[in-house]
Design a protein around this ligand. Structure first.
Ligand code: FES
Length: 114
């Protein structure tokens, strides 16, 4: 959970059933930014630093820490055609649902590319 006031990070809390490792220096640096961009907010909520994105892409689903590349890979490799299928495979979109429009956009983009 993040508390952002006028775009600036004020507090950050992570609660997990499993031990997690975070890039503490990166998280601390966020408190000095004058404003958090959307992508930084998603990274912040998932606890993933931008360096972690190299493999899975920018975070799309903050609830389950699922990146864009992971979703696109699942769509192409498993021939997924709707967001419910993406959710079953990656868990993206199966909690709060705020990432579903982005998942639908990735489905449309990937369908065009095939
Ligand atoms: S952000 Fe994807 S389900 Fe909440």
């Amino acid at each position: 959970m993040a508390l952002v006031v006028k775009g600036r990070l004020q507090a950050l809390v992570f609660i997990s059933q499993k031990p997690q490792s975070f890039d503490k220096a990166w998280l601390e640096s966020l408190f000095s930014l004058p404003e958090l961009s959307r992508s930084v907010r998603l990274n912040c909520l998932s606890g993933r630093s931008p360096g972690d994105e190299a493999q899975t892409g920018p975070v799309v689903c903050a609830c389950f820490n699922v990146g864009q590349a992971s979703i696109c890979q699942a769509i192409t490799q498993q021939k997924l055609s709707d967001y419910q299928q993406v959710g079953k495979v990656t868990r993206a979109g199966t909690n709060c649902g705020s990432c579903i429009p982005e998942i639908k956009a990735l489905l449309a983009q990937t369908a065009k590319a095939l």
